[in-house]
Design a binder for this molecule. Sequence first.
Ligand code: NAP
Length: 292
Amino acid sequence: MQLLDGKATSESIKKELAQAVKNRKEQGKKIPHLAAILVGTDGGSMTYVNAKVKACDQIGFESTLIRYDDSVPEEILLAKVQSLNEDKSIDGFIVQLPLPGHIDEMKITQAIDPLKDVDGFHPVNLGNMVLNLPGFLPATPAGIVELIKRNGIETEGKNCVVIGRSNIVGMPLSIMLARNTNPGNCTVTLTHSRTKNLEEICSNADILISAIGRPGFVKADMVKEGAVVIDVGTTRVSDTSRARGWRLRGDVDFENVSKKASFITPVPGGVGPMTIASLMINTLRAMELKGK
Ligand code: NAP
């Protein structure tokens, strides 16, 4: 078994991006600037946004964090999105999801200028992804594909099973891996909560990717000997041995599945850091695409 070390791979990507920033500085060019909107005080969202801001600092990107209270009206958020769309100093921005229930997430996502949508959630970018046209790929699926690529994993002709069909992970990932690209050219099965015979479908997978948020759901008897296993799930579970009282658990029963897998991602330290690295790649591209 080989560990698919997303932390190490993301560190290499960040070094490459830091070099690109250094080169741009030497040429007197603009430095990429990422803005993030965070609504409320959800622990998970705050952790993710802080990690994104920290990655910007590490690479040398500029970053701006905009915070709102949970009760922020939708119109205020939409107005902020509009002002970021128009702000020439900002190359790309994200609105950290989930948003409070009174705000229509799709409305906010659709208000973002597709050329600044570095999370790749706008319908225009998702459409470009489907057609294999230039645009921004959603950060988590793009990070997974990059992890596969940089670890030399062959995907062509492989049976790939994705568990979970969310708009931000499972659905786009299934399309990216089925496209005529490298990595890609997989025969993909996209599964969800209504799928019948899930265990049997999973046990035929050469590449098994779980993105459902159910700790320990993927058991060893669902996994083929030698499969590549990628765990997107991150759920906070209680852990009284830690000062903060919790730890992150993935969807995969790592202890037992790792005995059968050829490659496997850990949680934490697998897909999470790759998501951030992808966001940074998209931010640099957002600036380059505009010829800055
Ligand atoms: P989500 O919106 O929470 O949706 C969950 C998906 O899992 C749905 O498609 C659901 O099916 C499916 N599902 C739930 N129970 C199932 C079951 N028993 N069998 C088969 N499918 C089942 O998904 P998400 O936002 O992609 O999040 C999934 C997990 O990934 C969460 O733990 C999240 O924290 C994590 N995540 C991690 C990263 C990262 O960077 N590491 C990024 C994003 C998300 P239905 O559609 O039928 O309801």
